[in-house]
Design a protein around this ligand. Sequence first.
Ligand code: HPA
Length: 270
Amino acid sequence: MLETIKQTADYLKGKIGEIPNTAIILGTGLGELANEIEEKNEIPYTEIPNFPVSTVEGHSGKLIIGTLGGKKVLAMQGRFHYYEGYNMQEVTFPIRVFQALGIEYLFVSNAAGGMNSSFDVGDIMLIEDHINFFPEHPLRGKNFEELGTRFPDMSAAYDKELRQMAMDIAKEKNIKLQHGVYVGVQGPTFETPAEYNFFRIMGGDAVGMSTVPEVIVANHAKMRVLAFSIITDLGVLGKIVEVSHEEVQEAAKIAQPMMAEIMRTIIQRV
Ligand code: HPA
């Protein structure tokens, strides 16, 4: 594993030049934030040694190196989902490569179903914490001390200072920002009404099929993480309607400009 990570990191070092301190994972419907990245160099995942290849519609699959808000960043357009059949090592492989490159900050976005009754479709939720409801843990198995400790702390998986910055930025820019707990599930089914209710009672505000594995590995790697969900549908009893992948993508577009504004600003400031 260590050799594979090093090989990929070395390949990218040869392509990137000066290594940025920030990486972004652009989730469902948020790929357009990539259009705001300037002076960019794009590397399709298919060209990156050892990188899994994304298969889902709407996830185009490339690494983008460029500047966002004047700051050099590395962005993943398209991520690897557990439901696609990748194992946890594959899902989180890019994070290991970021670690090997010396990336310090990880910004993540995703689409999620909102279970908090004060949420609306199109809201942005700052993730304050998560509940790992995946059936497999990305750190299961041999621990490489070079990568991180056997029993990582998760008391502030989403960096407190970055969360405060995000809240301040949202306030400054008059952007409505919800906050709450993200429940990570494997999918690919959306939830039944009983499951949404269960996750709500369990302490969740939003539920989605990504992010948690990457954030766990980023914490293992001691990166500072900030993540947002775009609420694309509601899992609130009485408000649950049929939902499709296309509707999720459409709803994510509503919040996209605001999400981009928050991301751009915070990246400028770190
Ligand atoms: N559930 C799980 N994942 C999701 C949802 C949802 O309601 N919406 C977008 N991704």
